[in-house]
Design a protein around this ligand. Structure first.
Ligand code: NAD
Length: 500
């Protein structure tokens, strides 16, 4: 059975990791029913790191049966909130103990830097599991007053077997966003990481066992979207599907849910977030956050501030300083102390971003910075800035999901709001101004699920995250995610012995 065994000897992490990488069903690792494997590629050089067991539709059926059995016997209404909380806390503590190891696995698999994986992905992932551990024994309904003859109340019951499908850009963190609330509410899980970045999810499988979760509560299948992902979204016994990925695939998932058992669907999808800088902004602060807004995680953030709107009074100075900041970004080995940007995740993603850069050029925009490959091997792309764009260009309208920003001049508030809201997406937005009234007014008028004032890309376990428009349905994180993992039952009791 497949195993990942790897020795790191890097400036930031030294040690050997060794864990099974089979299909994880019922607390055990096994070969997938097809006995085939998926290669995991190192994005810094395009070479194979390891191979993991590939799951199939048949494995989805088995995992759902096992998850259903666990729901009916050892989890769901059979596991009190205090027990669910204790196990989630165990898991968070184990993640804390293995924080460096998990960050190292993520950096190798995804290409993000070890230091950011540790500071952002692991920190928020662990916080999220702890946060939902706190919720596990506080999930409760209400008593609803009607008449003296009636007792009426609601129960917030677990849904059953939930399917969860993730993207590759924050593999472990997104997994925590999904399993945390689902487990706190008492659901059992069939989880599919992205086939591009399966390693941290498989390492989590062993930690989930070690934390003491009963077998079958969490099942992890690495497989492709059109097989395993499709089998999950169309499965008659998966009662809820939570998805993070592209709008295109989100649409397919909703279609499959509609064609089958009308399962509840939560979708966390793409974005093309506006980042608005007014004349009165603290310029240096705005530049630092704007750079982080688009270039953090190599531009592979759903909420990346990829459309940078700058008011005409400061446009030239902003562009000069912002360009200098972007040009100073250190691309390099994800395990070096001083790297900020690593490679894009895959050849496919590299090609996609380069084709957007080509389209920007052919549609007449100016490449103000970058626009080319970095290095000889792997999937590296220079931080890229476009200017002289038109509103209908592909690079202004579509999600590039790479280190590519467009800088656009605007005149006044109404002008920028019209442009900022002119997209099918509505995930996040940022506004920079020292006038708090204006900041709040603009934040309220932006059609986005998250609005940042004088900052960007800020995420917390207790603050909801999700999209307006075609950026998604539902919310993750915070109390808001809880409602997506419970079914509300109303109970009417005739206490007055009333007859019809
Ligand atoms: P993707 O949609 O290609 O894939 C996401 C997942 O869906 C993968 O696990 C994939 O195997 C699976 N999948 C593919 N086809 C499927 C199908 N037909 N049925 C079921 N599952 C299928 O997205 P990606 O390239 O992995 O990730 C990038 C996208 O994710 C971007 O659009 C980004 O904005 C989005 N994203 C959104 C959020 C958010 O919280 N809103 C967070 C991270 C990423």
């Amino acid at each position: 059975m497949s195993h990942f065994n790897y020795t790191y000897d890097t400036p930031v992490f030294k040690g050997t990791v060794d864990f099974p990488t089979g299909v994880f069903i019922g607390g055990k690792f096994q070969e997938g029913s097809s006995k085939s494997h998926i290669d995991v590629i190192n994005p810094t050089n395009g070479k194979v790191i390891t191979s993991v067991a590939e799951a199939t539709r048949e494995d989805v059926d088995t995992a759902v049966k096992v998850a259903h059995e666990a729901f009916e016997t050892v989890w769901g209404l059979n596991a009190p909130g205090s027990k669910r909380a204790a196990l989630l806390n165990n898991l968070a503590n184990l993640m804390e103990k293995h924080k460096d190891e998990l960050a190292a696995i993520e950096a190798l698999d995804n290409g993000k830097t070890f230091s950011w994986a540790k500071a952002a992905d692991l920190t928020l992932g662990i916080d999220t599991i702890k946060y939902y551990a706190g919720w596990a024994d506080k999930i409760q309904g209400k008593v609803i007053e009607t008449t003296n003859d009636k007792l009426a109340y609601t129960r917030h019951e677990p849904i059953g077997v939930v399917g969860q499908i993730c993207a590759w850009n924050f593999p472990l963190m997104l997994m925590c966003w999904k399993i945390g609330p689902a487990l706190a509410c008492g659901n059992t899980i069939v989880f599919k990481p992205s086939e591009f970045t399966p390693l941290t999810a498989l390492r989590m499988a062993s930690l989930i066992n070690e934390a003491g979760f009963p077998p079958g509560v969490v099942n992890i299948l690495v497989g492709y979207g059109p097989t395993v992902g499709d089998a999950m979204s169309s499965h008659m016994d998966i009662e809820k599907l939570s998805f993070t990925g592209s709008t295109l695939v989100g649409r397919k998932i909703m279609e499959r849910a509609a064609q089958t058992n009308l399962k509840d669907v939560t979708l966390e999808l793409g974005g093309k977030s506006p980042n608005i800088i007014f004349n009165d902004a603290d310029l240096d602060l705005a530049i630092d956050w704007s750079s982080h807004g688009i270039f953090w995680n190599h531009g592979q953030a759903c909420c990346a501030g990829s459309r940078i709107f700058v008011q005409s009074g400061i446009y030239d100075e902003f562009l000069k300083k912002f360009t200098a900041k972007a040009a100073s970004i250190k691309l390099g080995d994800p395990f070096a102390h001083d790297s900020y940007q690593g490679p894009q995740v895959s050849q496919q993603q590299y090609d996609r971003i380069m084709s957007y850069i080509d389209s920007g050029k052919s549609e007449g925009a100016t490449v103000h910075l970058g626009g080319a490959r970095h290095g000889e091997e792997g999937y590296w792309i220079e931080p890229t800035i476009f200017t002289d764009t038109k509103p209908n260009m592909k690079i202004v309208q579509e999600e590039i999901f790479g280190p590519v920003g467009v800088v656009i001049k605007f005149e006044d508030e109404d002008d920028v709001l019209k442009q900022a809201n002119d997209t099918m997406y509505g995930l996040a937005a940022a506004v920079f101004t020292q006038d708090i009234s204006r900041g709040l007014d603009v934040a309220h008028r932006l059609k986005a699920g998250t609005a940042w004032i004088n900052c960007a890309n800020q995420l917390h376990a207790n603050i909801p995250f999700g999209g307006f428009k075609q950026s998604g349905i539902g919310r993750e994180l915070g109390e808001y995610a809880i409602q997506h993992y419970t079914s509300v039952k109303a109970v009417h009791v005739n206490v007055g012995k009333v007859r019809i």
